[in-house]
Design a protein around this ligand. Structure first.
Ligand code: ADP
Ligand code: MG
Length: 223
């Protein structure tokens, strides 16, 4: 009976996700179809139509790339991963976005060679999601601090501290639910995917947030 229960639960999560995906992808597809029909009826050289269609296709691509992270990667390769270097690489990757938003990123690492057994691409995805969320929470600029601490050589804490808008309780209760977003161009997938990845690494994620003061995300991973 236990097994049956787990199976049913899994199915309903898949069902919920499927409904969400269908809905999220139908909107841009409907828009693209509409513009194609307009063009079919003679509005051939309208540059705006192309621009909107391109933006809508990019939206579908974004949703699909985030969803792909949920499925098991083709090759799951757990390997010794230098987390300090991995985060430094991701910060360089997101630097342009941070600068454009007047966000300064500070790194406070206990050591520059903290090694974790993990799936590199998935761990990168987690760092990208949390750093992006922090930048997006500070539209007027601010500071993002990323800390790395070891506990008794057994646990690793990755802490993301932002000075952003904070997360109100009603959002907090929906966090991790697929497609829940407060952003115009959000997908509402980043947090759920990150949490899933962390749990696959036997880790946990905790959120401390105060509205208009900021948010701290703690990721604990076994070393
Ligand atoms: P998305 O970023 O596409 O909206 P996420 O799953 O990454 O999707 O986040 C879901 C929602 O959680 C966001 O829309 C935002 O409202 C809230 N959120 C997540 N991280 C933060 C943060 N650091 N500060 C404020 N709000 C956040
Ligand atoms: Mg996000």
């Amino acid at each position: 009976a236990q097994e049956l229960l787990i199976k049913t639960e899994k199915l309903s999560i898949a069902g919920e996700l499927a409904a969400g995906i269908a809905h999220e992808i139908r909107n841009p597809v409907t828009a693209i179809k509409g513009f194609l029909q307009l063009m079919e009826h003679g509005n051939m050289n309208n540059k705006t139509y192309f621009e909107i269609m391109e933006a809508e296709i990019e939206r579908i691509e974004l949703i699909l790339s985030e969803l792909l992270m949920l499925s098991k990667p083709q090759v799951i390769q757990y390997e010794s991963t230098n987390i300090s270097m991995l985060i430094r690489d991701i910060v360089i990757l997101l630097e342009a976005q941070a600068i454009m938003n007047n966000v300064g990123i500070e790194l406070d690492f206990e050591s520059d060679d903290i090694i974790l057994n993990g799936e590199k691409n998935q761990l990168k995805q987690v760092a990208i999601n949390f750093i992006k969320n922090a930048i997006e929470a500070m539209p007027k600029g601010g500071k993002l601090m990323v800390q790395l601490r070891k506990y008794e050589e057994k646990q690793l804490l990755i802490r993301f501290i932002d000075e952003g808008c904070g997360i109100p309780d009603y959002v907090l209760s929906k966090l991790g639910q697929p497609f829940y977003t407060t952003k115009e161009k959000g997908t509402g997938l980043g947090f759920m995917v990150s949490k899933r990845i962390i749990e696959n690494h036997n880790g946990t994620v905790s959120i401390y947030s105060k509205e208009n003061i900021g948010t701290t995300i703690d990721v604990m991973l076994p070393l």
